[in-house]
Ligand binder design. Structure first.
Ligand SMILES: Cc1cc2nc3c(=O)[nH]c(=O)nc-3n(C[C@H](O)[C@H](O)[C@H](O)COP(=O)(O)O)c2cc1C
Length: 150
């Protein structure tokens, strides 16, 4: 799977003013009607715990300039992950400033998948900005380039 190019996003949640977040590549669209997406989170994820508890989560789709944030949110550093990161609250969820896209969700269902849990989210808000997406391929960060057409 390291050879499959993916988007990079940070899944966030919050409880009592303390935000949590984790970097994910397992993020995709699921349904148009109703609008749904899914993310897959390791059973050991602290973010998964809060997503399950609160029944909601945010997906910050990172831009190519945010690879440092991708690495930061891929650690086990709790609230420390947000130090030095500009973020605010949108639909009661932590939203990272400057992300290429934003999706706010309520949890529709959580399905077990081996050592991960697949979280199906109902989209309650979505926004996108111009800018290059951050991608992950063969353990390196990159971005998308359109092929030249003849
Ligand atoms: C590029 C990249 C993609 C990742 N994708 C996922 C993913 O899809 N699901 C997941 O559970 N962890 C993924 N991880 C690992 C988590 O970010 C990492 O385990 C994190 O420390 C979990 O933090 P938490 O326990 O605070 O939620 C990814 C890491 C990187 C660097």
């Amino acid at each position: 799977m390291a050879h499959v190019a993916t988007p990079v996003a940070v899944v966030t949640s919050i409880d009592g003013g303390l935000p949590v977040g984790t970097t994910v590549s397992a993020f995709l669209s699921l349904s148009m009607n109703p609008p749904m997406i899914l993310v897959s989170l390791d059973k050991e994820s602290e973010t998964l715990e809060l997503v399950t508890e609160t029944g909601r989560f945010g997906v910050n789709i990172l831009s190519s300039e945010q690879h440092h944030a991708a690495l930061k949110f891929a650690t086990k550093n709790g609230i420390g992950k947000f130090h030095g990161v500009r973020w605010d609250i949108d639909h009661d969820l932590p939203r990272i400033v400057g992300a290429a896209g934003w999706v706010a969700c309520t949890v529709d269902r959580i399905v077990e998948g081996g050592d991960h849990m697949v979280v199906l989210g109902r989209v309650i808000a979505a926004e996108q900005h111009d800018g290059e997406p951050l991608t992950y391929h063969r353990r390196s960060f990159g971005t998308h380039r359109a092929l030249e057409t003849v």
